[in-house]
Design a protein around this ligand. Structure first.
Ligand code: UTP
Length: 236
């Protein structure tokens, strides 16, 4: 029987939270397995991956804030850390992934014309790597953005403090944007499920967002490749 899977998957963008990458628990094994997954998925179609700064970025932003640096300077410190993480993961993925991390969306799109996957960190002050992922998705006319984070979806209440919290498997863009705008102000180092710019851009462009647990690699792979997965779907 002929396979129903398309020979080349449409472009997909993945945003990997730094809080998934560096947890202090089995990080090297995770990085190795994640890089193998990205290498595989990158062969099936164009794949761009943004990498966050996590607690390392927040620690340095905290030092800078205590020293009186401006918000823009704090954002730039965050960007530097995300680029270190992107370089680390790009090195683990190996060729043809460029080992020099692109510093703009334009450069990342250019690299993706000759290699997949392409990994990058932040670009400019004022948003997070989720915002970069959304900008890239719009430029690439991507079929979806997959946000690999430290929870397995959007909950009706904070699952860390409410054991009976229920996961929402499906949300509309207005519902999700309201949630993001309530929870974020846009200051450097702020951490929420997804960033404001990213949510606004994807909603406007009609590109769906999937939110999945980044440490569950088979599930992350399914979300990237368009198979059934556990998590939240926004705007589907
Ligand atoms: P992250 O992308 O890591 O933030 O950027 P995050 O997604 O909230 O955190 P994790 O990684 O999922 O835990 C860290 C900080 O770097 C600056 C912002 O201050 C952001 O909060 N940044 C990052 C930018 O200013 N521009 C960028 O393009 C990326």
């Amino acid at each position: 029987m002929p396979s129903r899977r398309p020979a080349i998957r449409p472009a997909v963008v993945v945003s990997i939270g730094g809080s998934v990458l560096v947890t202090g628990s089995d990080d090297v094994a995770y990085l190795r397995d994640l890089s193998a997954l990205l290498r595989e998925c990158g062969r099936r179609g164009p794949l761009a991956v943004t990498v966050g700064g996590g607690r390392t970025a927040r620690e340095y932003i905290g030092f800078g804030r205590a020293l009186g640096l401006t918000e823009v300077e704090l954002d730039e410190i965050g960007i530097d850390v995300t680029r270190v993480h992107a370089r680390l993961l790009a090195g683990a993925v190996g060729p043809p992934t460029p080992d020099r991390v692109p510093t703009s969306v334009r450069e990342a799109v250019h690299e993706l014309h000759r290699a997949s996957p392409v990994l990058l960190g932040g670009t400019e002050p004022g948003h997070t790597t989720d915002g970069v992922a959304a900008l890239l998705a719009v430029r690439l006319r991507a079929s979806r953005v997959v946000n690999a984070t430290d929870v397995d979806g959007v909950y009706d209440r904070d699952p860390r403090t409410h054991p009976n919290a229920k996961r929402r498997n499906s949300l509309s863009w207005p519902e999700f944007r309201a949630l993001v705008h309530r929870a974020t102000t846009g200051t450097a180092g702020q951490n929420f499920l997804f960033d404001r710019l990213g949510a606004d851009l994807l909603a406007r462009s009609g590109i769906p967002l999937f939110i999945v647990a980044g440490r569950d690699l088979p599930n992350l792979g399914a979300a990237i490749d368009g198979g059934p997965f556990e998590g939240s779907r926004i705007g589907v």
